[in-house]
Write a protein that binds this ligand. Sequence first.
Ligand code: NDP
Length: 315
Amino acid sequence: MSDTIERIKCLIIGSGPAGYTAAIYAARADLKPVMFTGMQMGGQLTTTTEVDNYPGYPKGTDGTAMMDDFKNQAERFGTDVRFGMITKVDFSDEVGGIHKVTVDESKEIEAETVIISTGATAKYLGLESEQRLIGGGVSACATCDGFFYKGQDVIVVGAGDTAAEEATYLSNICKSVTMLVRRDEMRASKAMQKRVQNTPNLKVLFNTELDEIIGDNVVDGVRVVNNQTQKKHEIAVTGVFIAIGHKPNTELFKGVLDMNETGYLITKGKSTKTNLPGVFAAGDVQDHEYRQAVTAAGTGCMAALDSERYLGALL
Ligand code: NDP
């Protein structure tokens, strides 16, 4: 049985900017990387319409097209990109140990190094109208999409640091920003709350939840409900930003790799090293703070260099 198991030098799990950048560097270093893309090939960026803040695209680009470019570049140097999910891991805790993974609950693969770039998933409320209008006025990323709402009225749902940060960011671009906060206070840090209070075109509605997003193909407005009085009213907006947190895609690594209390993988110092030798983490799966395509790509590069150095030290 064991002679049928595929053995590789470098396994990359996840196909966002971190994964593909790791692949480009690992392939050029002759680590012959094999990437498993996960179900959402290209990652979170494929849910964005336009990417205007990635250096090297002076006219901006489409998120999906950009990830195709990443993929083509990774394949040009020999990355073996495969559509599939890693469904089980059995990592070694020894230096030079072999890490075993299972693909799609059936095929086993053994890898000398593993780069985890499974990303994070934005949380949504789950309303039918919200899901239908993603890309048509509903977004979970103000830094990515805020620019398209220049001079317009938008709402932000959420009350944590992300929501406060996105709302103040949008207030510089948009005519007005309304934050919907479900409790009578915000979770965001005091400093962020102060910034929110001091922003003139930013209004906070407490005890208020999103009841419905109005619009067929694009957002025309929202209906909100005061959860104390149950009174509903409509607000005319063209953009709805959902900022109720992200969930790192780390279920698979629970009990295996060190993670913080919200599930983000912990990397050592300025490196991409996890607590297990030969297992590295890059991109949003280990970064809840910056979460940009360009920062993810940067850590992807670091993970490939860390893998190369790890393997080099074993020789
Ligand atoms: P958080 O989990 O901190 O906050 C999520 C917010 O969304 C909460 O206010 C929560 O409300 C609200 N929420 C959740 N579900 C719903 C719902 N169904 N309807 C309405 N509101 C909802 O996530 P963040 O992304 O804001 O932050 C994650 C971590 O990252 C935090 O530790 C944060 O401090 C950190 N961070 C730090 C930044 C910085 O330092 N610059 C910037 C951004 C994030 P409720 O309060 O009622 O539970």
